[in-house]
Design a protein around this ligand. Structure first.
Ligand code: KIV
Length: 271
């Protein structure tokens, strides 16, 4: 059995074979992602959208991510597990940031991810001083939905790209071992990727990044939302599951389920 990649090993993948990252939220997710050989499982706060059915990620708590991290880790995945720090879990103080991250590490995560650039440097440094590896997240950061006025592609002006490059440099200097770059034009994805020495894992950031991440439900066709343009859906599980449930309902109603083979036999003395 292979061991999960460590942050230094992930960092060393810069410019080499692209890193494969997928979100997962439960034991089947951890088990299947692991069996498929993905490098990194993100227990994302996207759980708020795709599992809890919310419009955004802002209602997700540290307890929620810890709960789902423990479920994923019960599969003993051979992938590196990242616990996503939810909104307001790393915004108040360094102490609170470290305590909240520790809860995710104690639930089984190997590192944590947080959103934002230069403004997050003190919190990233506090986590690293507490021996907690940190993955950054820049671009269309979903926890900024209210500030952005919606889920809008970022890095569309020269000044926005300059801020993005400065943010990437700042969090790299603070010690992140990798960063997610979301929702930016492909050329901006390339510029950011070339500007830092840590791997950039893209989601809607074009083909030049050091890896790609997709949300479980988007990749597997299990969502109720129309997937964003950058999603490649590999299977339509909505249809597969819906067909199975319809057939089950029909079999129950027609009494063709359960069959004799699906039933415990009657003891002779009761027959
Ligand atoms: O929570 C999540 O799924 C994420 C990905 C979009 C990178 O942060």
């Amino acid at each position: 059995m292979t061991s999960p990649l460590t942050p230094p090993q992930i960092r060393a993948r810069k410019g080499s074979t692209p890193l494969v990252m997928v979100t997962a939220y439960d034991e089947p997710g951890g088990r299947l992602a692991s069996a498929a050989g993905v490098d990194i499982i993100l227990v994302g706060d996207s759980v708020g959208n795709v599992v809890m059915g919310h419009d955004n990620t802002l209602r997700v708590t540290v307890d929620d991510i810890a709960h789902h991290t423990a479920a994923v880790c019960s599969a003993q995945p051979t992938a590196h597990v990242v616990g996503d720090m939810p909104w307001m879990s790393y915004h108040v103080s360094r102490e609170e940031t470290v305590r909240n991250a520790a809860q995710l590490i104690r639930a089984g995560a190997h590192s944590v991810k947080l959103e934002g650039g230069s403004v997050r440097v003190p919190h990233i440094e506090a986590l690293i001083a507490a021996e907690i590896p940190v993955m950054g997240h820049l671009g269309l950061t979903p926890q900024s939905v209210l500030a952005f006025g919606g889920f809008k592609v970022q890095g569309k002006t020269k000044s926005a790209v300059d801020v993005l490059l400065a943010d990437a440099a700042a969090i790299e200097a603070a010690g992140v071992y990798a960063l997610v770059l979301e929702g930016v034009p492909a050329e901006v994805g390339r510029l950011v990727t070339e500007s830092v020495g840590v791997p950039v894992i893209g989601i809607g950031a074009g083909a030049a990044t050091d890896g790609q991440v997709l949300v479980w439900h988007d990749l597997l066709g299990l969502g109720s939302r129309t997937p964003p343009k950058f999603v490649r859906q590999y299977v339509d599980l909505n249809n597969v599951i819906s067909d199975a449930l319809t057939r089950f309902a029909s079999d129950v109603r027609s009494r063709s389920f359960p069959s004799d083979g699906e039933t415990y036999s009657t003891p002779t003395e009761l027959a």
